[in-house]
Each structure stands twice: as structure tokens, then as C-alpha cells.
Write a protein that binds this ligand. Structure first.
Ligand code: G3H
Ligand code: 13P
Ligand code: ZN
Length: 381
């Protein structure tokens, strides 16, 4: 096979970020190797939590510090617009400075990641360029043309992704590429009905020519709350995942895979929300939507972790926890005229949701011993 591109730039691992801020890939490669504090254990996973508010960031810090976990916080383009009063670049500045301020006083290491950035559109390019300056990791999701809603060719995907690697790697900022099409709502502008599996024949060329150390192959996961039919288990292509891992490891054992759409959705949260909605006399239509929610099976995600998927992207289940807690707080006392009361109720619930996923992923004791007994943790709303 003819190599079209010159050798890609290696990730600059000597870059020092602000206090306690760390390159996203560093957290992932530690997880793939099973490194925790001073010992080496089994592979574990790093949940990438999509944050959209300051309270969400606070909740994540609380969970990371309780468990001594890897701290990976991800921002979608729409989350950045939300932080920045409609402007993603302002959002980048505001959110990254907020996190750096908290990080100065934390007990763990924190990485910040741009989720589903693209380098094809003018707007997408500006956000990636800003993110390379202000975050510690970026996703260059060029597998779909966001304005046309169609898959890009392999050449286009490689070309755009390589441009991002050229810019980010010398600065010590890791880059995540995507190969294949993932079903579901990716962000407010992008969605696909059908997913396609990653083609193993394309994997090697993509990895060699782009130089990315983080790759999101598509193996059957889906974004959002409806990942399958109610009552049926979501099945992923774990066999393909192992085949892809074998091929990636021959190129570089530090390559880590990323599972998008990794929310499992917690049955206790769903039950709680349904009960609260019932007590509030909510529309049957809303209650039945909750009953139709289906997450990815945790056993399937565990299968992926065993196949090198050490970054598990988790958004929807935390949104559900937030919403369930808000409904519960309103049901409890909808006449309490204090924004902090509702903020505190949802932040506390988000922390529980984050703790639960970190424990499930084996992600504790990475920077220091957990401050709680993880075997006794009970997620309660
Ligand atoms: O993978 C995508 C995330 O769930 C982002 O969703 O654009 O609504 O923040 P959002
Ligand atoms: P979920 O919708 O399963 O939470 O996936 C989120 C995600 O992949 C963000 O990139
Ligand atoms: Zn995603």
C-alpha cells in the first residue's frame, strides 16, 4: 500500500499544562495499561463526561476527588455555545478557565476534551483551532460531513484529521479521530439513522496516515436515550472490536479506542423519574417516553473495555439523572424560591451518577486512595 503522507508528528509528551491539567491521551494510556498510583492492575476505563453547566463541572470534580479518579471533561459544540452566551469560542475560554481555577486546588489530574469537533466547516475549524489552544485534547470528527449529513470519503477523513494532528500534537494536545458512522443524535446539528461498522481494511491506513492515538471506531453503539428496543439487549460487535485492536496494537500499543454512545442508563433513575412524574400528574406521553429509554448493556461496554476501548463517552444517563432529580425536587417543594436549592439537588444527583459510572469502570485510586469504600457505594437519588 502506498503511504500518501509523510510521518505524522508524534504527541509532544513534554508539554506542561496549567497546574493539575493533563493531556487527555495520558489518562487513557494509563487506563489501557492498568496503571494506578504506583501499581499496575487490570485495564480500566475513563468515562468522558459531557458537561454543559458550571454545576455539572462541580459535580464531576466532587466525584473525581472522592475516588481519586482520572478526570476527563468533554464539551460538545452546543455545550460551548451554552457556556459562551451563543459563542463557542467564548464558551471555550470561560469553561477552560473555570476548570483550570478548580484544578489548582484539586487532588487529581484533569483533562479537557472537545467532543465531536469537525475540521470541514468554517465554524468547526475555528472551534478546533481555539480548542487546541485552550483544552488538552480534541476530537476531529471528520467521518461525516455535518452540513450534508453524508459520510465523507476515507481520503477526506484522513486529510482533515491529519491537519488537526499537525497542529495539536506538537502542542501536546491529543487528537481523537472517528472512522465509520455512528447512529443517533451527535449534537444539535448532526444525526444519522443508520450506523456503519468500521472497515478493518481502512483502520490501518487511517491510523498510520493521521497519527491519531485515540480512535472512535463504530461497533454498534448509538448516541442518545433510545439505543435499542425496550425489553431487548443492545448487542455490539465485540468480535470486530478485538480485530480492530489487534491491528491498532501492531501500529502502536498506545493507541486507545473510544466508545461513543456508552451511556448505560440507570434503572433506579428511570423508576424514580416515573414515580415522581406520576405523583406530579404529568402527561402519560412523557411517562411512556421514560419507559422506552434503552441504554447500552454494561456487559457489552465491559466487552469493549477488554478490546481497548478505554474512553467511554457518557452524557445521556447523566442528563437523565439531572432531570429525574429536578422533577423530584419540584415535586418535593415547588414553592421554594431559591435557585440554589434546585441547583444543589441536581448537582448532588449528578455527583452520584458520576461516582456510579467511575466505580463501574474501575476508575478509582488512580491518583490517590478513594475516600469512600467503593464496594459499599449505593447510588441513591
Ligand atoms: O455526543 C454528543 C453529546 O451527547 C452532545 O450533545 O450537543 O446536545 O451537548 P449536545
Ligand atoms: P451517550 O448518548 O450514550 O451518553 O453518548 C455520549 C457521547 O457519545 C458523547 O460523545
Ligand atoms: Zn459521541
Amino acid at each position: 500500500m502506498s503511504i500518501k503522507y509523510s510521518e505524522p508528528p508524534k504527541l509532544n509528551t513534554n508539554r506542561r499544562f496549567a497546574d493539575n491539567m493533563i493531556c487527555g491521551h495520558h489518562l487513557l494510556v494509563k487506563a489501557k495499561r492498568g496503571e494506578k498510583s504506583n501499581s499496575t492492575n487490570e485495564t480500566y476505563a475513563v468515562p468522558a463526561f459531557n458537561v454543559t453547566t458550571f454545576q455539572g463541572i462541580n459535580a464531576a470534580f466532587e466525584a473525581f476527588e472522592t475516588l481519586g479518579s482520572s478526570g476527563l471533561l468533554a464539551f460538545s459544540n452546543s455545550a460551548l455555545k451554552h457556556f459562551g452566551r451563543g459563542d463557542a469560542l467564548s464558551g471555550l475560554e470561560i469553561a477552560s478557565q473555570y476548570i483550570e481555577t478548580l484544578a489548582r486546588r484539586t487532588t487529581i489530574k484533569v483533562a479537557t476534551h472537545l467532543d465531536h469537533g469537525d475540521y470541514m466547516s468554517d465554524g468547526g475549524r475555528k472551534v478546533i483551532q481555539g480548542a487546541v489552544q485552550m483544552l488538552t485534547s480534541v476530537m476531529a470528527d471528520n467521518s461525516t460531513n455535518k452540513s450534508l449529513g453524508t459520510p465523507t470519503s476515507l481520503d477526506e477523513n484522513i486529510g482533515f484529521t491529519r491537519e488537526v494532528v499537525n497542529m495539536a500534537h506538537p502542542l501536546g494536545v491529543s487528537v481523537e479521530g472517528e472512522l465509520g458512522v455512528l447512529a443517533g443524535v451527535e449534537d444539535e446539528d448532526t444525526q444519522s439513522e443508520e450506523s456503519t461498522y468500521t472497515n478493518p481494511d481502512e483502520l490501518e491506513r487511517f491510523l498510520r496516515e493521521t497519527g491519531v492515538l485515540m480512535l472512535a471506531p463504530t461497533i454498534g453503539t448509538k448516541h442518545g436515550p433510545n439505543k435499542g428496543k425496550p425489553g431487548e439487549k443492545v448487542k455490539l460487535n465485540i468480535q470486530l472490536a478485538h480485530e480492530l485492536l489487534k491491528s491498532a496494537n501492531t501500529i502502536n500499543e498506545d493507541i486507545v479506542f473510544v466508545a461513543h454512545g456508552a451511556s448505560t442508563l440507570y434503572p433506579n433513575v428511570v423508576d424514580y423519574a416515573i414515580t415522581q412524574l406520576g405523583a406530579l400528574g404529568s402527561k402519560e406521553q412523557d411517562i411512556s417516553k421514560w419507559k422506552e429509554f434503552v441504554g447500552t448493556d454494561w456487559e457489552q461496554i465491559q466487552g469493549l473495555i477488554g478490546a481497548g476501548f478505554c474512553k467511554i463517552n457518557t452524557d445521556t444517563e447523566n442528563r437523565q439523572t439531572y432531570l429525574a432529580a429536578l422533577i423530584g425536587a419540584l415535586k418535593g417543594t415547588a414553592s421554594k424560591v431559591d435557585i440554589r436549592y434546585y441547583d444543589n439537588a441536581t448537582t448532588k444527583a449528578l455527583t452520584q451518577s458520576y461516582l456510579q459510572k467511575l466505580i463501574m469502570a474501575g476508575n478509582y485510586g488512580v491518583w490517590h486512595e478513594p475516600k469512600i469504600d467503593v464496594t459499599q457505594f449505593k447510588f441513591e437519588l
